[in-house]
Design a binder for this molecule. Structure first.
Ligand code: ZN
Length: 145
C-alpha cells in the first residue's frame, strides 16, 4: 500500500513539476522497481527519470523530490548543454567521471546537486559555462585530467 501511494505521489510530482520548472518538456518519471544501490537515474534522450522504490538508500517524500529534481535537471542539461552532457557521458568508463563526480569540475553533477537540494530554486549554470565542453576537452587533450 505504501508503495502504491509512493507511485501516485511520483506521478503527481511529475505532473506538477515538469511544466513549471522545465518549460513544459514532456517527461515521464518511472519508479524503479528493481533492488539496486542506485537511488535515481535519468535517461535524458528518452526524457525518462527513475527514482528507485527499492533502493537501499532510505527515500522519504522530501528526498524523493530532491532526487527527482536532480534527475530532471539532467534532462534539462541534455536540452541546453548537450555538448557538455555528452562530453561527460563519453568519459564515464575511463575513470574521469568517477574521479570528478563530487567536484565542481563535473559541472553537470554539481549543477544537478544544487538544483536538487534547493528544489529547483538555485542552479549551477555558471559552472557549466566555466567548465564547458571545450574547456574540458582542452584540459583532457593536454593530459590535465
Ligand atoms: Zn546526477
Amino acid at each position: 500500500m505504501a508503495k502504491i501511494m509512493f507511485f501516485i505521489k511520483m506521478a503527481i510530482l511529475a505532473l506538477v513539476w515538469c511544466p513549471t520548472h522545465l518549460g513544459g518538456a514532456p517527461m515521464l518519471p518511472v519508479p524503479w522497481i528493481f533492488p539496486s544501490n542506485v537511488a535515481a537515474k535519468a535517461f535524458p534522450p528518452l526524457h525518462i527519470c527513475f527514482v528507485n522504490m527499492l533502493t537501499k538508500v532510505n527515500i522519504d517524500g522530501a528526498s524523493c523530490t530532491k532526487y527527482a529534481c536532480h534527475e530532471y535537471r539532467h534532462v534539462w542539461q541534455w536540452n541546453h548543454y548537450r555538448d557538455l552532457y555528452q562530453w561527460w557521458s563519453n568519459h564515464m568508463r575511463d575513470g574521469i567521471f568517477e574521479r570528478y563526480y563530487f567536484s565542481k569540475i563535473c559541472a553537470i553533477e554539481e549543477d544537478a546537486r544544487i538544483f536538487g537540494r534547493t528544489y529547483g530554486k538555485k542552479d549551477g549554470e555558471a559552472l557549466m559555462q566555466k567548465y564547458s565542453a571545450a574547456i574540458m576537452e582542452a584540459a583532457y587533450q593536454r593530459g590535465l585530467l
